[in-house]
Design a protein around this ligand. Structure first.
Ligand code: SF4
Length: 352
């Protein structure tokens, strides 16, 4: 079995605002074969043109996470990970932000840009990791560790962020932990694999919440080992949320091999610069489309092709069009929660 994606063009949509018809056509031609399209692909160009028209008409910027469907990434103004999109949302000049991602991301955009209208095309787009801790559970945990610094991964509800001192993403988590004075106790939540990796690279002992993302936790060491045997010359790119991270680092160290532990944005920039012709990719497979576009001519092989986030795949072009046309579904965050959550987010942005 070989599942690959490659591309011959790189869309401006991945890094700058505004998408031309030519860029859309090139990006569509480069579409990954891994994520099946939602609907008839021959209808995509007309739908994408309608989406762009509506975005201009409603003064909207379209943000898409790298795990979204290829046809959604292709029509977005910006594609990236949570940190990159948080920054874009905060600086956006448009009055409306349409977030093609999951609910906590749209909440984060609303917290950072309270005067803007923030739309999420499908309210069912949740996150198993964000659901793994409630605000009541966090309050109880804090009560057991008075004075501890609370660091929350950005995959959390607004209410949990409001109870946190810092937020972080996989792209800046290490910097956030290293910025906390060495004598302070740390509660890290909710992803245990990211927490364990952070302990390893920073040398800091932390209390770690035992939450996980079902998609990343499903990527096992056996998946990596199988592909590593089949593709011994490919570089291995692993997201720190993966269930395989610690075991793979141990196995690679024992064999004297290199493993790159990278955020989604880190994977993209690493693949662009690396001289390697092939990469094994251990994260949600939506990233393969972006990798193929940003590093044309290289091969990207998912170590587990079942690593699909069904929440990220809920957004379709039809739902995005309806979101723009009908102003649905508007995300609101209570002011007192937003004010406290913003502090944790702004501390994160200041460090990264
Ligand atoms: S991939 Fe995992 S962490 Fe990301 S949105 Fe889906 S469930 Fe949440």
């Amino acid at each position: 079995m070989t599942v690959e994606t490659s591309a011959s063009a790189s869309p401006a949509a991945a890094s700058s605002g505004g998408v031309s018809d030519g860029q859309l056509a090139r990006a569509t031609a480069a579409r990954s074969t891994v994520v099946p399209p939602a609907g008839d692909p021959s209808a995509f160009p007309a739908l994408q043109a309608e989406v762009r028209r509506l975005a201009a008409e409603h003064d909207a910027v379209i943000l898409a996470h790298s795990y979204e469907r290829p046809e959604i990434q292709d029509v977005a103004d910006y594609v990236g990970d949570s940190l990159m999109l948080s920054r874009v949302a905060a600086a956006a000049r448009q009055s409306t932000i349409v977030f093609c991602g999951v609910a906590f991301m749209a909440e984060t955009a609303k917290i950072l840009s309270p005067a803007k209208r923030v739309l999420l095309p499908d309210l069912a787009a949740g996150c198993s990791l964000a659901d793994s801790i409630t605000v009541d559970q966090l309050r109880a945990w804090k009560a057991q560790h008075p004075g501890a610094v609370v660091v929350s991964y950005v995959n959390t509800s607004a209410a949990v962020k409001a109870e946190s001192d810092y937020c972080c993403t996989s792209g800046n988590a290490r910097g956030v932990i290293e910025a906390i004075p060495a004598d302070r106790e740390i509660l890290f939540l909710p992803d245990m694999f990211l927490g364990m990796w952070l302990q390893r690279v920073t040398g800091r002992k932390m209390h770690i919440w035992l939450g996980e993302c079902h998609v990343h936790a499903g990527i096992r060491p056996a998946d990596v080992a199988e592909w590593h045997r089949a593709e011994p010359d490919a570089e291995l790119l692993i997201h720190p949320e993966c269930g395989c991270t610690s075991q793979v680092i141990d196995a690679a160290s024992a064999a004297g091999e290199q493993v790159q532990i990278l955020s989604t944005e880190g994977m993209v920039s690493y693949a662009e610069k690396s001289a390697a012709p092939a990469f094994l990719v251990a994260t949600e497979i939506g990233i393969l489309h972006r990798l193929g576009l940003k590093a044309p001519g290289k091969r990207f092989v998912p170590v587990n092709r079942e690593a699909v986030c069904q929440y990220m795949k809920l957004t379709t072009l039809e739902k995005l069009r309806d979101s723009l046309a009908l102003g649905q579904f508007e995300i609101e965050v209570a002011e007192d929660i937003a004010d406290r959550a913003r502090l944790a987010l702004e501390r994160m942005i200041a460090i990264s």
